[in-house]
Design a protein around this ligand. Structure first.
Ligand code: F6P
Length: 358
């Protein structure tokens, strides 16, 4: 057996833990492992490197991915510059299929989020034997209770909120902390609850800025002269739209960002309180993975190799407690896992006085 491993989409803590476990398990099975660099782009341009136990030694605790990654360059809509300088999207998936065969690969492990897993599913349907591993700090992939990287990102955000808490209190300010979460507010909810936020704004609940201001105002009346508002980058006001950073580029997802600035300005206007916005951004994607993510990453990597050994292609490893099991990739990507509105997580937040701007 000769298997390939790639990491696609935005990076995420514990990618290296997953690669290490997948390589060690595969080597134990007597397989050759090829590292494919920069996601599916490595299969477009045949950018590879051999991966043995020596290459994955000492990477368990490192953030990032030793294979590199990209969230551009989907081979089914590959951005290509044509005559006149215009960029158009072309389907070059047949080239990837040919390169996969040329490299002598028998199977592929694709580690990625909904974008990468969506591409993987299409290649599986074209006949590529592959398995998937769910990765995203946003925790919004279906089929698995949790994705690796989420726990580390939440801890990073919670640590930042703890630090912002003390300065907010000293200066009697409102601090608006923007965390990642394009379509789902998992990071905002978990870091907000753990960090003692007063208000949490998430994509699942369009917010009314007047309600947010009311929360700040009520705290003021109770003698609490500071407030912490955690806002997911994908949160938007009722009847409003998402905040975008720049125009969409071909072959890439639209960049989100800026909602914290809007919230901060509106809060100043409505309450007269000095308000500051802090965008945590890519800090949440870096750093050493937590213990939880190292363990989950190790379980996912080893389980993916086991799936290949059993010939269970087209499937994604998934944490379905207490075990790591597997689900069809197509089912996992069919429904985005968003924060459920009726679940006790939000109830507990509301019961303890957190406002969601609704
Ligand atoms: O991995 C998902 C994510 O963290 C989103 O929450 C965020 O919108 C996106 O990545 C940012 O990606 P980029 O690296 O392209 O700025």
């Amino acid at each position: 057996m000769r298997i390939g491993i790639l990491t696609g989409g935005g990076d995420c803590p514990a990618l290296n833990a997953v690669i290490r476990a997948a390589v060690k398990t595969s080597v134990a099975y007597g397989w050759d492992v090829v590292g494919i660099e920069e996601g599916f782009d490595g299969l477009v341009h045949c950018k590879t490197r051999p991966l043995g136990t020596a290459n994955v030694s000492g990477i368990l605790h490192l953030g990032g991915t030793i294979l590199g990654t990209t969230n551009a360059g989907n081979p089914f809509t590959y951005p290509t510059v044509v005559e006149g300088g215009e960029t158009v999207e072309r389907d070059i998936s047949d080239t990837v299929m040919a390169n996969f065969r040329k490299m002598g690969l028998d199977a592929l492990i694709a580690i990625g989020g909904d974008g990468t897993l969506g591409i993987a599913q299409k290649f599986y349907e074209k006949g590529m034997p592959l398995v998937g591993i769910p990765k995203t700090i946003d925790n919004d992939i279906g089929g698995t209770v949790i994705t690796f990287g989420f726990d580390t990102a939440v801890n990073t955000a919670r640590d930042a909120i703890d630090k912002l808490h003390t300065t907010a209190e000293s200066h009697r300010r409102v601090l608006v902390v923007e965390v990642m979460g394009r379509h789902a507010g998992w990071i905002a909810v978990h870091s907000g609850i753990a960090g003692g936020a007063d208000c949490i704004l998430i994509p699942e609940i369009p917010f009314d800025i007047e309600k947010v201001a009311e929360c700040v105002f009520m705290r003021e009346q109770q003698g609490k002269h500071f407030s912490i508002i955690v806002v997911a980058e994908g949160a938007f006001p009722t009847g409003g739209t998402l905040s975008h950073r720049d125009p969409k580029q071909a072959g890439r997802e639209q960049r989100l960002g800026g909602v914290s600035d809007q919230v901060a300005k509106a809060i100043t206007t409505l309450t007269g309180k000095e308000t500051r916005a802090v965008v945590l951004g890519h800090l949440q994607r870096g750093g050493p993975p937590t213990t939880f993510d190292r363990v989950l990453g190790t379980r996912f990597g080893a389980a993916a190799a086991r799936l290949i050994r059993k010939g269970q292609y087209g499937r994604m490893v998934a944490l379905i407690p207490p075990d790591v099991e597997s689900v069809p990739i197509k089912d996992a990507i069919a429904i985005r896992k968003i924060v459920p509105l009726e679940n006790d997580l939000l109830l507990a937040a509301r019961d303890t006085g957190i406002c969601f701007g609704d």
